[in-house]
Write a protein that binds this ligand. Structure first.
Ligand code: PEP
Ligand code: MN
Length: 364
């Protein structure tokens, strides 16, 4: 099968199953020189870390002009040398039809579409058409903005051109506010994606999520904990002097240390079904009770709403809300739950109570 009649959920994506787990992609943000590329590759190999795929950006999308925009096609020769001398598969970013033609010509093994391209349907369409029918895997980074449909749409454009070996790279989403991340992970979007397309391999890019070196290991581990297949980690022979993304790149030796501490999690629960089933039954029962309790709570809120309407009292009572929040925070503490979580739950409940009472004021 091929072309337009395939659906994303039907893809088999066996390319990823044939590679070691966790599937690590490492290499510099940008290819800078032949020496930098070969030294990085050699040291990754010598570190003993299992890294099947070597990455390097040849064409670099930069936020402002006059930055280093990549070495261009000459870097493709260096990628070829990395493959021949050290046996890595290679991958690079393609952002237009010329990049695709050059990368295919140079036999780059895997191509990726960058976050700034995924946002643009014209760009994605151009890339997809240039890649038409290739069997090489194509990895699609999430768009810079938190829009799941754009991410999925980009993959649908690929499949529309008969590209059936696809993967997703989660590199976080940009926000205007400063956070501890360069790009906030927004795990829920990535997990919604995974739920919808469990057959599409999911790779985390902790380098672009963190923007620094210290958070890489824990973000990579969090991703494996929720069932991702692997991680793309920017690795450079001399990170401090890298021409792009210096703050987040690590040496091959540091990379090896991170990989050796990563724990992979199996998706398969066989052998543990009975034990899991026992807990799942209990959880379903508790969920059922929670819904029953919430419904009772809303009925009480409704009764209060009727009183408020009759007596012409405002729905929102700040003092009462303060008491509820304090009580909830105290109970969260006593039961060892996070205050943030309980706060979020109670905000949602309170919002719904206000909605219920508003309906009474308007309609009854
Ligand atoms: C990169 O991987 O170097 C890169 C430019 O990534 P992103 O598209 O995620 O910003
Ligand atoms: Mn980078």
């Amino acid at each position: 099968m091929g072309g337009n009649d395939m659906k994303l959920e039907d893809l088999k994506n066996e390319w990823a199953n044939e590679l070691p787990s966790p599937l690590i992609i490492a290499g510099p943000c940008s290819a800078e020189s032949e020496t930098q590329m070969l030294e990085t590759a050699r040291r990754i190999k010598e570190s003993g870390a299992v890294v099947p795929i070597f990455r390097a950006g040849i064409w670099k999308p930069r936020t402002k002009p006059n930055g280093f925009e990549g070495v261009g096609v000459i870097g493709l020769n260096w990628l070829k040398k990395v493959k021949e001398e050290f046996g890595f598969k290679t991958t690079t970013e393609v952002a237009n039809a010329h990049h695709v033609a050059a990368a295919l010509e140079a036999d780059v093994d895997i191509l990726w579409i960058g976050a700034r391209s995924t946002v643009n349907p014209f760009t994605v369409q151009e890339i997809a058409e240039a890649l038409r029918g290739t069997e090489k895997p194509v990895l699609v980074k999430n768009p810079v903005n938190p829009d799941l449909a754009l991410w999925i749409g980009a993959m649908e454009r690929l499949i529309g051109q008969g590209i059936e070996n696809i993967g997703a790279i989660h590199r976080g989403f940009s926000t205007y506010q400063k956070t501890k991340y360069r790009n906030t992970p927004n795990w829920q979007i990535a997990l919604d994606f995974r739920n919808q397309f469990p057959n599409i391999p999911m790779i985390v890019d902790p380098s672009h999520i963190c923007g620094n070196r210290t958070g890489l290991a824990s973000v990579a581990q969090e991703a494996l904990n929720v069932g991702y297949q692997g991680a793309m980690i920017e690795t450079h022979s001399d990170p401090d002097n890298a021409w792009s993304d210096a703050a987040q790149q690590i040496t091959p030796e540091v990379l090896a240390g991170i990989i050796s501490n990563l724990k992979t999690r199996k998706a398969d629960i066989s052998g543990y079904e009975d034990e899991m089933e026992k807990h799942r039954t209990l959880i379903s029962d508790i969920d059922f009770q929670l819904i029953g309790l919430l419904s009772q709570r809303m009925k009480e809120a409704e009764k209060i709403g009727i009183i408020k309407k009759d007596k012409n009292i405002a729905i929102f009572q700040p003092d009462r809300w303060k008491i509820i929040r304090e009580y909830a925070a105290q109970k969260a503490d006593e039961t060892g739950m996070s205050q943030g979580f309980i706060e979020r739950v109670f905000k949602a409940i309170h919002e719904e109570s206000i909605e219920v009472q508003n309906n009474i004021m308007i309609h009854k």
